[in-house]
Every structure is written in structure tokens, then in C-alpha cells.
Design a protein around this ligand. Structure first.
Ligand code: HEC
Ligand code: HEC
Length: 479
């Protein structure tokens, strides 16, 4: 039974003449039992689950001391931080955006953004998104820094509050079916210090990313990504991705994580520091150091002298994320899904959402030096090239351009979002908001916001029959 599934997919692979792929999976399939209807997504790290914990379950190789470290990391990731001085659960604030990693990445996924439900910054001490602010010349504001912290501990004021208003426009497919796009207009009010004039402000909003395949992303063969950038020139479709080279901790490398591939690693230290105000060895100063109200908390008897979390604990959080299994593809024998896969290649989606990549032999190294060799030498199906692409500035007058520069990435450039696990987002997180700021309310809207280098591909989708478009959506939901 298992071999049949593979043969079927391999036959498809050959008929669309796309790279290597499922042949490599056959090797992994000798060691893993693949249930009928499923397909491997990350070699031996694949988990065969389609429930709300599909993103949040460890790979089967996690055992022994790794299992206890996984549990510790899982707890530190989800435990609600408070403003106390405890190293286990304290250190929150003075200002923050979320109170635990899991508050924004619920079930290791993408927590429902408060943008649509609350019109911007959430109440009750919680916001699901990150708001980056800068002057129009790229410089940062002294009293606000890089991230606008829209929540604060008792006795301290949030730095400001975000508001969003959506502007709607209806469009038609050539066959007459209509779709609607919602363009967000963001404003910030209640600045705690100097008010910033809108003419001097660039503000970009990000909803959380799904934590599917974080270990694989860290173990990825960088030379394969660089080769894609060098070769991924499809002038007939106007597609050419590029690497966001980033220097962090004195090392320059291929940026992989974040919506603009603006980080080399899984940003554990930055997440604790910048998103929650939890100080650590890499970021020993409070994130609002030097700002008007940083010392408010110490007036209330909180000590800012000790670090809020140890490097060992942060490494366990890194281990937890990198040891999570990747949900297998589902419904691979469904006729509509098989047709949809064919349409995905016909529309050239795979020139950016690259189906098959490989991890390097050694696997990955965590932030304090622990190795995860199990992540090495695997065939993976992230549906991403992890490269930057110009996504256009035209649709509704702005397109996806946020005017915000991250490393080498310009305002109109975004990292291809990996699509593995995307079909389970609704089950895991209870919503279907997509794209970097959650403006797309379903997969069709997500595709129809594609412009720039993806314009030709988007138009190929647009021109398909309704049945073919539906099939492609069914295929994406099988990922
Ligand atoms: C306030 C909400 C919030 C909190 C709290 C938060 N994150 Fe995130 N996270 C985000 C958002 C939003 C992004 C996308 C950022 C971007 O594009 O710049 C993100 C991105 C990431 C990524 C990149 C994922 C990818 O696919 O490239 C990692 C890894 C990550 N977060 C880990 C963490 C960890 C670990 C913690 C806790 C220490 C944490 N986050 C806490 C909102 C949050
Ligand atoms: C030129 C490269 C490119 C092509 C071609 C392309 N995409 Fe994308 N795709 C991206 C980038 C970059 C993003 C992230 C944009 C953002 O978040 O603002 C993205 C985002 C998405 C998302 C949203 C993912 C999420 O979780 O938020 C979906 C779904 C998607 N693409 C599907 C498709 C489909 C289907 C096609 C073919 C019709 C396609 N893409 C063609 C680059 C591309």
C-alpha cells in the first residue's frame, strides 16, 4: 500500500518534470511506515496527525534526556510570564507584546490575531502580533525602539495602541465569480511619550508564523538555497529570488526565519527580550532601556539586576521547537487533491513554493551548542525556497509593500512562506487568516494578493476554471 502511494506521486513528479523529490522519500519510507492516504513531509520527523496538536507533537526520535529537555522547553514556551523576579515564570515587562511564546504561537501555530476581532491591539494584556515602527528615514525613535510594545505590567503605560481599519474592494475572476480584498490602514494612538506624526512614521504589522518545520529550517542545506537564488531566474515568469544575508553574533549567513528572512536562528533570545521583556545573556538590558519609563517598575520593587532566564533554559526552548514533528501530507489519494497538485505546478507556484529541499548531513546546532543529528540528511517538503521575492506594490495602491527594510529586504520583498502544515491551521488555531499581517481571510484572498514576481503565477490561477481553482485550494489544504 505504502509503495503504491509513492509510485503514484513519483509518476506525477515525472510528468511535471520538477526536480528530484519523491525518489528520495522512498529511502526514508524504508524506515518509516506511512499510513495510507498520507505522505512524508520531513523524513523521519514526519508525524501522522491531523488534530489540533499536529504542530505541537515531538518527532519520534525524541527520547531520553532529550525528552525531558523537550518537556522543560515546552513548559518555558507556554508558561505565562508575570512581572515577578522568578527565573521560571517572571521577568515580564515593563512593556511587552505577549506574555509567553505560546500566547502568540498557540499550539506552536499562529494565534488568532486581535486585528480582526478587536480592531487592533488586544485588551486584557494581550496582543497576538508584532508592530515594528521606524522613522521614514529608517532610524528608530528613542522612546519606542524597534517594536511598539502595546501592553505593559501594572503601573507602566503601554508604548501605544494599534488600530486598523479595512478598506474593501470587489474583483472578479474571468468566469464571473467574485472575490473581495481587504486593505489594512494602520494608525497608532495613545503614544506614552512624544506623539509621532504620521508623516514621520513607517509601521508594519506581523501576525505570528506557524512553527511548522523549525528544526528542518535550521538544518537546511544553505548551499541548496544559494543555488536556487543563483539559478532561480525564470525570466519567462519574471521570478528571481535572492538571499537575505544577515550578520548576527558576528557571523554572516543565509537569513531564514521571519517574514523577510531577517534572522539566522529561531530568535529565542530576541523573542524573550523583545516580545516579552525577559532579559537574558544575549540581551541583558531591558528592551526599553534608556526610554522615559524604564525605571517605573523598579519604583515598585522589581529588580532589573538579574537575568530573567538562563541560557540553558533558552536552549531547551530552542530544542523544543526544533524537535517538533512536521505533520504529514493528507488525502494524497483524493482525486480533487491530485488534480489540484497538477494545477499548482501549472500555475508555477512551485517556482517559489519549492516542494523539495534537503537538510545538511550534520543536522542542526542549538543556541548553546547541543547537536540534533536526527535533523540531518533528510528530504523535506517545505513548499518554500526561503528566498526574498518582490511581491508588488500595485494591488489597491499598495500591494504587499510595507516600506519596511529588514537587512537586505526592501519594503516590497518577502520570504516565500513555507506552506507545510497550512491546511491544518484552521484546526490548530481556529482561523484562516494568512499573509504577513493576516489581511487575507482565506486561501483565495492570499493568492490574489500576490503581485510583482508572482503576478504571472497569480494570473495563471485567476484564469483557471472554478473547478480547477477549487482543486488547487483542496491541494493546499492537504499540506
Ligand atoms: C507578541 C506575539 C509574539 C510572541 C510573544 C512571540 N512571537 Fe514569535 N513571532 C511573532 C511574529 C509576529 C512573528 C513574525 C515576525 C516577523 O516577520 O518579523 C514571529 C516569528 C517567530 C519565528 C520565525 C518563524 C519562521 O517561520 O520563520 C520564531 C522561530 C519565533 N517567532 C519564535 C518565538 C519564540 C521562541 C518566542 C518566545 C521566546 C516567541 N516567538 C514569542 C509573534 C510572537
Ligand atoms: C514569486 C514567488 C511566489 C510565487 C510564484 C507564489 N508565491 Fe505564494 N507567497 C510568496 C511570498 C513571498 C509569500 C508571503 C507574502 C506575505 O506574507 O506578504 C507567499 C504567501 C503565500 C500564501 C500565504 C501563506 C501564509 O501562511 O500566510 C499562500 C497560501 C500562497 N503563497 C500560495 C501560493 C500559490 C497557490 C501560488 C501559485 C498560484 C503562489 N503562492 C505563488 C511567494 C510566491
Amino acid at each position: 500500500m505504502m509503495k503504491q502511494v509513492c509510485l503514484l506521486t513519483c509518476a506525477l513528479a515525472i510528468s511535471f518534470a520538477f526536480s528530484s523529490c519523491e525518489d528520495d522519500d522512498k529511502m526514508d519510507m524504508d524506515t518509516i511506515e506511512v499510513p495510507d492516504g498520507y505522505a512524508l513531509s520531513a523524513g523521519t520527523s514526519t508525524v501522522f496527525l491531523a488534530s489540533s496538536i499536529a504542530y505541537d507533537t515531538e518527532a519520534s526520535w525524541v527520547s531520553g534526556s532529550y525528552a525531558s529537555r523537550f518537556t522543560n522547553g515546552d513548559g518555558l514556551y507556554d508558561d505565562v510570564r508575570t512581572s515577578s523576579n522568578s527565573q521560571d515564570v517572571g521577568g515580564l515587562g515593563p512593556v511587552y507584546a505577549g506574555y509567553s511564546c505560546g500566547s502568540c504561537h498557540r499550539n506552536a501555530g499562529r494565534t488568532r490575531p486581535t486585528l480582526w476581532s478587536e480592531g487592533g491591539s488586544g485588551s486584557y494584556g494581550f496582543s497576538s502580533m508584532l508592530i515594528y515602527v521606524s522613522r521614514r528615514n529608517g532610524a528608530q525613535f528613542r522612546d519606542y525602539g524597534r517594536v511598539l510594545h502595546d501592553q505593559a505590567i501594572y503601573g507602566v503605560e503601554p508604548e501605544g495602541k494599534l488600530h486598523v481599519e479595512y478598506e474593501y474592494q470587489t474583483f472578479s475572476f474571468p468566469d464571473g465569480e467574485t472575490y473581495e480584498l481587504a486593505k489594512p490602514n494602520y494608525t497608532i494612538t495613545e503614544w506614552y511619550a512624544d506623539s509621532i506624526a504620521p508623516e514621520d512614521l513607517f509601521c508594519t504589522v506581523r501576525i505570528p508564523l506557524r512553527h511548522v518545520g523549525m528544526g528542518q529550517m535550521m538544518a537546511i542545506d544553505r548551499t541548496e538555497i544559494e543555488a536556487l537564488a543563483a539559478k532561480s531566474n525564470y525570466p519567462e515568469y519574471g521570478i528571481s529570488g535572492r538571499v537575505n544575508y544577515i550578520t548576527e553574533k558576528g557571523v554572516t549567513g543565509v537569513g531564514l526565519s521571519g517574514n523577510k528572512a531577517q534572522h539566522l536562528d529561531l530568535t529565542v533570545e530576541l523573542g524573550f527580550s523583545s516580545d516579552m521583556g525577559v532579559t537574558n545573556s544575549r540581551y541583558p538590558e531591558e528592551i526599553c532601556e534608556g526610554q522615559a519609563q524604564v525605571n517605573q517598575g523598579s519604583l515598585m520593587g522589581l529588580s532589573y539586576d538579574q537575568l530573567d532566564i538562563s541560557t540553558e533554559d533558552m536552549e531547551d526552548v530552542d530544542l523544543y521547537m526544533q524537535s517538533l514533528g512536521v505533520p504529514a501530507r493528507r488525502n494524497v489519494n483524493d482525486e480533487q487533491v491530485i488534480l489540484g497538485e497538477q494545477k499548482f505546478y501549472e500555475a508555477k507556484c512551485h517556482l517559489c513554493h519549492v516542494t523539495t529541499l534537503h537538510t545538511r548531513p550534520g543536522g542542526s546546532t542549538l543556541l548553546n551548542g547541543t547537536q540534533l543529528p536526527w535533523l540531518g540528511g533528510q528530504t523535506i517538503h517545505p513548499y518554500s525556497d526561503f528566498l526574498l521575492h518582490d511581491m508588488g506594490s500595485e494591488i489597491m495602491g499598495v500591494g504587499l509593500n510595507d516600506n519596511y527594510v529588514s537587512g537586505m529586504a526592501m519594503g516590497n520583498e518577502w520570504r516565500t512562506t513555507p506552506l507545510w502544515g497550512i491546511g491544518l491551521q484552521e484546526r490548530v488555531n481556529g482561523h484562516t487568516y494568512f499573509l504577513h499581517d493576516g489581511r487575507a481571510r482565506n486561501l483565495v484572498e492570499a493568492i490574489m494578493w500576490h503581485g510583482g514576481e508572482a503576478e504571472a503565477s497569480k494570473n495563471l490561477f485567476k484564469q483557471m476554471s472554478k473547478a480547477d481553482r477549487d482543486a488547487m485550494i483542496a491541494f493546499i489544504n492537504s499540506l
